[in-house]
Write a new protein. Structure first.
Length: 277
């Protein structure tokens, strides 16, 4: 069952977070992960003894999501890719506006780089936005790979947007152009932030030397076209990009077991990267 919210996210943020937790129940046994802190951030670590490391940033529109909502996918990635996965419980908006989460993620990633091997980073939706942003912001973070699942890459979710999937796929599941505007208004401090290249990723005009990147998109996702646009922009800067475009996949399929076939297809695609050999 796909839940479509009829309430305003902005006016019911705590209810929205509770629904997110209830629809993404953590079924992973506690023996399969370890909870810890890195600096002041709560983290959850899976398959710690692997030679490869994947930092994971959850989605949730910058306003929701947690270690619990994404434990199932993090455990599956750690098992299927034979990699250590470190999920970060970064601070959420609107209590913590941009760039609070990005700055804290940056510091934690530096610490992980000091103590773990062969580090890559992955995020879904808003988490993918943050993953790309931290790789741009801090050039000292030499990620082996940046993996972006249905990334948010721009800030125009009006009826005049040039990204037609925003209009075509709005409401196909829970994600609408109105909710996308709500997420951004809760995350950002002011109008100027909408043009900031750490939020509006397609504003970045110098991407030479960016780490190899994998982008996963779904054809029924409102964010489909902007994900493709980021792929094309990276290619113009000669960044090695792998792209999986899944026919019929909606937004947020990695954490919804109804869409397990799209999740499994994604993991099989990731196995094809030499990052996880």
């Amino acid at each position: 069952m796909v839940i479509k919210l009829k309430v305003s996210i902005k006016d019911n943020i705590e209810l929205y977070r509770k629904i997110d937790e209830l629809t993404s129940i953590n079924t992973v046994s506690k023996k399969n992960y370890r909870d810890d802190k890195i600096l002041n951030m709560d983290v959850r670590i899976f398959n710690e003894n692997s030679n490869n490391t994947l930092i994971y940033l959850h989605g949730g529109g910058w306003v929701s999501g947690s270690l619990n909502t994404h434990s199932n996918i993090c455990y599956k990635l750690s098992k299927e890719l034979n990699t250590c996965v470190i999920a970060l419980d970064y601070p959420l908006a609107p209590e913590n506006k941009f760039p609070s989460a990005l700055n804290e993620i940056d510091l934690v990633c530096e610490k992980i780089m000091e103590n773990y091997k062969n580090v890559s980073i992955m995020g879904d939706s808003a988490g993918a936005n943050l993953a790309f942003a931290v790789a741009i912001k801090n050039k000292k973070l030499k990620f082996k790979e940046v993996i972006l699942a249905y990334p948010a890459t721009q800030t125009d979710y009006t009826s005049n947007t040039k990204y037609k999937s925003v209009l075509k796929n709005s409401g196909k599941t829970f994600l609408t152009k109105e909710s996308l505007r709500d997420y951004l208004s809760m995350y950002l401090r002011n109008d100027k932030d909408y043009k900031n290249s750490y939020v509006n990723l397609l504003k970045n005009n110098w991407l030479f030397g960016f780490p190899k990147t994998t982008i996963i998109t779904g054809t029924l996702d409102p964010l489909h076209d902007e994900g493709v646009a980021l792929k094309e922009k990276l290619e113009r800067f000669l960044v090695p990009v792998r792209h999986l475009d899944i026919e019929g996949a909606p937004h947020a399929f990695l954490t919804n077991n109804i869409f397990h076939q799209y999740r499994d297809k994604t993991i099989e695609f990731l196995k094809g990267s030499d990052t996880f050999e």
